[in-house]
Design a binder for this molecule. Structure first.
Ligand SMILES: Cc1cc2nc3c(=O)[nH]c(=O)nc-3n(C[C@H](O)[C@H](O)[C@H](O)COP(=O)(O)OP(=O)(O)OC[C@H]3O[C@@H](n4cnc5c(N)ncnc54)[C@H](O)[C@@H]3O)c2cc1C
Length: 307
């Protein structure tokens, strides 16, 4: 049985919304299809979808643009492979290149989009984890006509449950402030070698050092999944903010993580104990790396897959 009846390729956000409205919610947005096709294949349905609305040709959703206020506007249909190739993002949002650079393999990264990673609403999405550390906002074009920028967490309702209706509402773009001198990011994750689609655990951090580069002025940490929705590790951030760069501060952050972050077990991925232990491992990798990048201003993405 075919999975859908009609296939549309709109060129503008308005045309995409109008096409979706035409089907009254019975159509479905598709970008790279690397989550949706799996969902459609492995969920029982009696009827094919009325239509798929493919957003990979909507120009407004394909740009990576540095704005005048030094923020970055990143289209939701930008692929992981395109993010990895961006010299702007490698230098000033390195964690995003590092997380998008490990999503699946080259075939998945060449078509899979950051918007699809977020709209699929799994807390462990690698792109999502780094967008949280970048304190990103998302531009949503609601089916009803309102276009608004929202804090990223507002798009998540639960594991795989999005605030977006994928038959009506379009995630158009993301925006976040690019790292300035004295600021930097890093992303690391643990994944089963034969792992299929999502990591055992991922961790992204953003640090801002003081002028002397001796203390943390500000910090953002996201470890995923430790909750049904992506969350910031606020107690870990509090253990770092205002503190001197150094081993004791790192130990305090690790202790705060063990006290406050409690990942659940997953039959496919790992025990809760293993994940708990890996939180420490990832923090001990990402915090010093981001701190060193903030000190030196050098940011070369690590662990990024080929192609
Ligand atoms: C083999 C394999 C390995 C993978 N490995 C990883 C991994 O390591 N890490 C990881 O995080 N993910 C992984 N994934 C999952 C997936 O590739 C990513 O989540 C990817 O970013 C999804 O993007 P997409 O464009 O393919 O989304 P699609 O499959 O096209 O869409 C996903 C969902 O979001 C909706 N949607 C898509 N775009 C929008 C939009 N702009 N507005 C509103 N709704 C929208 C769709 O309707 C659909 O419900 C893997 C998948 C496969 C098949």
């Amino acid at each position: 049985m075919p999975l859908w009846k009609s296939y549309h390729i709109p060129r503008t956000v308005d045309e995409a919304l109008a096409t979706l409205a035409q089907y009254g919610g019975a159509a479905r947005i598709v970008a790279g299809g690397t989550d949706l096709m799996v969902d459609l294949q492995y969920t029982d349905h009696v009827q094919p979808l009325e239509a798929l609305v493919d957003v990979t040709r909507v120009q407004e959703m394909l740009d990576i643009h540095q704005e005048a206020d030094d923020s970055c506007r990143l289209g939701a249909a930008v692929t992981h492979a395109t993010i990895v190739k961006s010299t702007l993002l490698e230098a000033r949002a390195t964690c995003l290149v590092e997380s998008c650079g490990v999503v699946g393999g080259p075939q998945v990264r060449n078509v899979g989009t950051l918007g699809g990673n977020v709209a699929h609403a799994l807390p462990a999405g690698d792109g999502t984890t780094s967008l949280m550390a970048l304190d990103a906002q998302a531009l949503v074009a609601w089916g009803g006509g309102l276009h608004e920028w929202l804090p990223l967490p507002a798009l998540f309702r639960g594991p795989g449950v999005s605030a977006l209706d994928h038959g009506k509402d379009l995630l158009v773009a993301f925006r976040f402030t690019l790292c300035a001198p004295g600021e930097a990011t890093a992303f690391k994750r643990i994944m089963r070698p034969q792992g299929v689609a999502l990591p055992i655990l991922g961790c992204a951090v953003w640090v801002k050092l003081n002028a002397a580069r001796t203390h943390y002025d500000d910090v953002r940490v996201c470890v995923s999944p430790v909750a049904p929705k992506p969350v910031r590790a606020v107690e870990v951030e509090a253990a770092l903010r205002g503190q001197p760069v150094g081993q004791q501060t790192l130990e305090n952050a690790v202790a705060a993580a063990h006290r406050t972050l409690h990942p659940r077990a997953s039959a496919y991925r790992a025990t809760a104990e293993y994940r708990q232990h890996m939180i420490e491992t990832l923090l001990r990798q990402t915090l010093p790396l981001a701190t060193e990048r903030a000190k030196t201003g050098e940011a070369r993405a690590e662990g990024v897959g080929l192609g």
